[in-house]
Design a protein. Structure first.
Ligand SMILES: *[C@@H]1O[C@H](CO)[C@@H](O)[C@H](O)[C@H]1NC(C)=O
Length: 234
């Protein structure tokens, strides 16, 4: 059994909201799930995995205490709300934010408490990750200015137009884009590819690859994006 005291625990917030696309965060989570402390304690199920440098303490944050209905999939409940985190005394700071997208995310339709949460948390976070239209949340929260980013190619032009004047460099052909500690991915399944690379960055290539092998997931390279062409962006 690994000595968990040797592992640094990072706090990750997964943002949920009505009409979220479940796969946007669940795809990444199937990989991040190998870093949950309780799972690391049962590492005998994964004998080939070395002890990672980091574990992830994951919190699901929601606009309300009520059930949240995703676009597809079972209703779910957050473990806390954006307002509760914002009101926490002493203040709570997450190390990693994971912001998925979905139909609930369109400019001017994003829950205000989610925008406030991201605006407060992003500046102090070690990493900010978005999948699909989750990048619009970052843009609307005002934390993507001066950065390179990407989003779902089906709505790429809309996102670009909606964020004009914010000095965001939207990259059309990319499965994901890294700018400093901001990682933004293209649509839905691109979050799985980005997480593959992010896991390599966080806990090393060997651990990340073995997790992907367990999941039997093949990931694309960063610029292997056929959808930019599909939507006439390049
Ligand atoms: C836009 O962002 C770039 C890169 O961070 C920065 O160099 C530039 O000064 C910014 N421009 C404006 C008008 O803020």
């Amino acid at each position: 059994m690994p000595n968990l005291e040797d592992i640094q625990v990072l706090k990750m917030a997964v943002c949920i909201f009505p009409n979220v696309t479940t796969l946007d965060f669940q795809g990444p989570l199937e990989q991040f799930g190998y870093l949950i402390p309780s799972r690391l304690q049962n590492n005998h199920y994964n004998p080939e995995l070395n002890v990672p440098k980091y574990a992830l303490d994951i919190t699901y944050v929601s606009p309300t205490e009520e059930l949240v209905y995703p676009m597809a999939g079972a209703p779910m409940k957050g473990s806390t709300t954006y307002d509760k985190v914002l009101a926490a005394d002493p203040p709570e700071q997450f190390n990693i934010l994971l912001v998925p997208g979905g139909f609930g995310i369109r400019p001017n339709v994003i829950p205000p408490s989610l925008l406030k949460f991201v605006a407060h948390q992003a500046p102090g976070a070690d990493y900010v990750l978005s999948v699909c239209t989750g990048a619009w949340v970052l843009a609307q929260a005002g934390v993507l200015g001066g950065k390179r980013a990407t989003t779902n190619k089906a709505v790429f032009k809309v996102a670009k137009a909606a964020t004009e004047g914010q000095n965001i460099t939207w990259i059309p052909k990319a499965r994901w884009v890294v700018d400093g500690n901001f990682w933004t991915s293209s649509g839905v399944t691109a979050g799985i590819d980005m997480t593959g690379a992010f896991m390599e960055h966080l806990v090393g290539e060997d651990f990340a690859r073995k997790v992907r092998n367990r999941l039997e997931v093949s990931v694309r390279k960063q610029d292997d994006d056929e959808f930019a062409e599909v939507y006439g962006l390049v």
